[in-house]
Ligand binder design. Structure first.
Ligand code: ZN
Ligand code: ZN
Length: 253
C-alpha cells in the first residue's frame, strides 16, 4: 500500500494547512488539499474520496477537485461520507452560493460527482482496498478511517480527541502497519484541544497506551502556528515509535 500525505502548498512545504491522504493513487481520505495537488491528470486517478467531516481544512478543495477532473473522466468521482457529511456538502458547499450546485447539475445532465453514504462501522470495498469509517470524538460528528488491502492496514485519524472504539478495532488487525494521528495543539492549548476535540502530545501519550504496541505512529495535522512547539513536545516523550509525519514523501506499507 502506497500512502501519500498530500502537501498543502505547491513545492511540498511541510506545514499542514489542509488535510488529504491518497492511497495507491486512487483513493483519497479527505479533500483539503486534493484539488490543489499535482496535475489534473493525477487528480483524475482518484476515483473515490472518503470524508471524515466537513470542516473546511478537510473539504475546501473538493469543488476544485471535481471541476479540475470533470473533462478527464469516464465516470464521476464517488464521494463517501456519513449522512450528516453528505447533507453538509449539499447545504454548505455545492449550494449555488459557495460553489455551483454540482448535485443538481449532476441530476440533470452528465454526473459531475456521485455521493454515497458510508455509515460508521461498515467496511466499503473500493478496488483492492477496504475502507472502514469509525466514529471518533471531535467537535462535530466525525469518523476516522481504517484502510486495509489484505496485507497491510493503516489508521488515519486526524481530528479526534481521546477515543476508544477506533483502537479496539485496530487491535483486531494483525497486519496493522501504521497509525497517522492528528496532534493539533501543544500542551499550553490543552483547554482549547479539549473543546475542539483534538490531541496534545500528553494526550497522544495516553492514546499510545490504547493502541496495538509496536505499530509506528506518525503525528500529522499539526496546527501550523504551533508546529515547532508540538514537534518539540512530542520529541520530549522519547517514544521511539512516535514519528513526525512527512508530506514530502510517500509511505510504503
Ligand atoms: Zn475538524
Ligand atoms: Zn482538521
Amino acid at each position: 500500500m502506497r500512502v501519500r500525505v498530500v502537501p498543502s502548498a505547491a513545492g511540498g512545504g511541510r506545514l499542514e494547512y489542509l488535510t488529504t491522504f491518497i492511497i495507491d493513487g486512487a483513493v483519497a481520505i479527505d479533500a483539503g488539499s486534493l484539488g490543489f495537488w499535482a496535475s489534473p491528470a493525477a487528480q483524475a486517478g482518484v476515483a473515490h474520496v472518503f470524508l471524515s467531516h466537513t470542516h473546511a481544512d478537510h473539504v475546501c478543495s473538493l469543488p476544485m477537485f471535481v471541476a479540475n477532473t470533470a473533462s478527464l473522466r469516464s465516470a464521476p468521482p464517488v464521494i463517501h461520507g456519513s449522512a450528516g457529511v453528505l447533507d453538509s456538502l449539499a447545504r454548505d458547499v455545492f449550494n449555488g452560493r459557495v460553489w455551483p450546485d454540482f448535485l443538481q447539475l449532476s441530476a440533470r445532465g452528465a454526473p459531475l460527482l456521485a455521493l454515497r453514504e458510508a455509515p460508521a462501522g461498515a467496511a466499503c470495498a473500493v478496488g483492492a482496498l477496504r475502507v472502514t469509517p469509525v466514529a471518533v470524538d471531535h467537535a462535530v460528528p466525525t469518523v476516522s478511517h481504517i484502510v486495509d488491502d489484505g496485507r497491510s492496514a493503516i489508521v488515519i485519524s486526524t481530528d479526534s480527541g481521546p477515543t476508544r472504539a477506533l483502537w479496539r478495532k485496530a487491535a483486531r488487525i494483525p497486519h496493522l502497519k501504521a497509525v497517522f494521528l492528528g496532534t493539533s495543539f501543544p500542551e499550553e492549548e490543552r483547554a482549547l484541544a479539549a473543546v475542539a476535540g483534538h490531541l496534545t502530545p500528553a494526550l497522544v501519550e495516553r492514546e499510545l497506551a490504547k493502541m496495538p504496541s509496536g505499530v509506528p505512529v506518525y503525528a500529522v495535522h499539526i496546527k501550523p502556528g504551533h508546529r515547532r512547539r508540538v514537534v518539540c513536545q512530542l520529541g520530549a516523550l522519547k517514544r521511539p515509535r512516535l514519528l513526525i509525519g512527512d508530506s514530502s514523501r510517500d509511505y510504503e506499507f
